[in-house]
Design a protein around this ligand. Structure first.
Ligand code: UPG
Length: 420
């Protein structure tokens, strides 16, 4: 007999920041593949990005307005990567609380009851909403070291600690010691559930053949592959802002290194140094559009990643088996970089002129580090190690057998059996 039980319904509410939204959308794919009903809540300007990331799926995407007339936040900005300055981040995050009445109204009117919600700890107030509806809330654990004891961090941590569990975008085999000690020693409350890397969440069986025109940077990478050139991919995520002085050092360092590079940046040519692109034509390419970073990292010509160590970028590089040149800039990226270089040994770290982890990076040091990664030296060692973790990442996500797949199954089972 056909199974006529209603599918469990999950509500996802990503924070309005690309680096926070993307992994939750990957989680949506994993839930949809298990036949769960998925509803994603967002704001009008963020809706197209979400819809584009969940094409041809049964997910429903609902919107609530983003608060207007906020002090210091220009009208129309609904995502942190569009903020004129990252110093406005706390105001932006705190303002999301104004969405609470609309959010609760939306939930009240959903056609299907919600079994559980996964939201972001920066939307700390959703825990309060969840409790009003007697829900169980899951959050991801994200400590912002730089933010110290700011109001938003305190709210976020308080809500996380009171949640049912932490959905962690990682896999057990990447950091078993940390997962075990967190679950068995550190946390006497919510447990960490490693269900990633979420960037590997989509089924590998293509639904239909890829008939799109390849973007010009992928065609460029194809050429480099034919020329047997190994390419350094350079990208600093969706939020990090690099100072004008630092940009110049990067462009000089890349130019002097003689290494092929693909640099994704929003900066104009004048910021990188006049004539930079012309002088490096053939050897390097600068891309100012939104790219498919996973597609680039998985291209066979990409041999290294100069990264700010945003956690998504780290996991994407691990999944693709690409070693990292770690240049942490803000938030928890310094911790991630230590993990990459010192614990996992899948990357090297950029040298700063004064030896401090937050110091200025001069082109001479960068040139040396780039060569070290791309032309042997430490490169070979870290390359072998990252390939090993890439294999383990894929195994963790294997249908029904992988550790992350099974962890998510267990989590769903545990929550859905509790509420009856
Ligand atoms: O042109 C682009 C630019 C970015 N990305 C994607 O955007 C995401 C960027 O995420 P991440 O590498 O984590 O960087 P941030 O956006 O800077 O991430 C923020 O959120 C992360 C997760 O909480 C934190 O680890 C970081 O410190 C914080 O800066 C990744 O999935 C990239 O693949 C693209 O696909 N195309």
């Amino acid at each position: 007999m056909a199974d006529t039980r209603p599918h469990h319904h999950v509500l996802l509410f990503p924070f309005m920041s690309k680096g926070h939204t993307i992994p939750i959308l990957h989680l949506a794919h994993l839930l949809l593949r298990r036949q769960l009903s998925v509803t994603v809540v967002t704001t009008p300007s963020n809706l197209p990005f979400i819809a584009q990331s969940l094409p041809n799926t049964a997910a429903s995407i609902l919107q609530i307005p983003f608060p207007s007339q906020l002090d210091g936040i220009p009208a129309g900005i609904e995502s942190t990567d569009k903020l004129p300055s990252m110093s406005l981040f706390p105001q932006f995050a705190l303002a999301t609380k104004l969405m609470q009445p609309d959010f609760e109204r939306l939930v009240d009117n959903l056609p299907q009851p919600v079994d559980f919600m996964v939201s972001d700890s920066f939307l700390w107030w959703t825990l309060e909403s969840a409790n009003k509806f007697s829900w169980i809330k899951l959050t991801k654990n994200d400590f912002e070291r730089d933010a110290g004891d700011s109001e938003i961090v305190i709210k976020s941590i308080t809500a996380s600690k009171a949640s049912y569990g932490y959905v962690i975008n990682s896999f057990y085999e990447l950091e078993p010691v940390f997962v075990d000690s967190f679950n068995n020693v550190i946390s006497n409350g919510p447990k960490a559930w490693c269900v990633g890397p979420l960037c590997l969440s989509k089924s590998t069986t293509p639904v239909k053949p890829d008939i799109r025109q390849k973007p010009n940077w992928i065609q460029w990478l194809d050429e480099k592959y034919e020329q047997k050139r190994s390419v350094l991919f350079v990208a600093f995520g969706s939020q990090a802002r690099v100072s004008a002085e630092q940009l110049k050092e990067i462009s000089v360092g890349l130019e002097k290194s003689n290494v092929s590079f693909l640099w994704v940046t929003k900066e104009k040519e004048s910021e990188l140094g006049d004539g930079f692109e012309e002088r490096n034509r053939g050897r390097g390419i600068v891309v100012r559009e939104w790219v498919d970073q996973m597609e680039i990292l998985n291209h066979p010509s990409v041999g290294g990643f100069l990264s700010h160590c945003g956690w998504n970028s780290v996991l994407e590089s691990v999944s693709a088996g690409v070693p990292i040149l770690a240049w942490p800039m803000m938030a928890e990226q310094h911790l991630n970089a230590r993990m990459v270089v010192e614990e996992l040994k899948i990357g090297v770290r950029v040298e700063t002129s004064n030896g401090s982890v937050r110091g200025f990076v001069q082109w001479e040091g960068l040139e040396k580090n780039v060569r070290d990664l791309m032309e042997g030296g430490r490169g070979e060692e870290v390359k072998m190690k990252v390939k090993e973790f890439s294999r383990k990442a894929r195994e963790a996500m294997e249908l029904e057998r992988g550790s992350s797949w099974r962890t998510l199954d267990l989590l769903i089972k545990e929550i859905c059996s509790k509420e009856t």
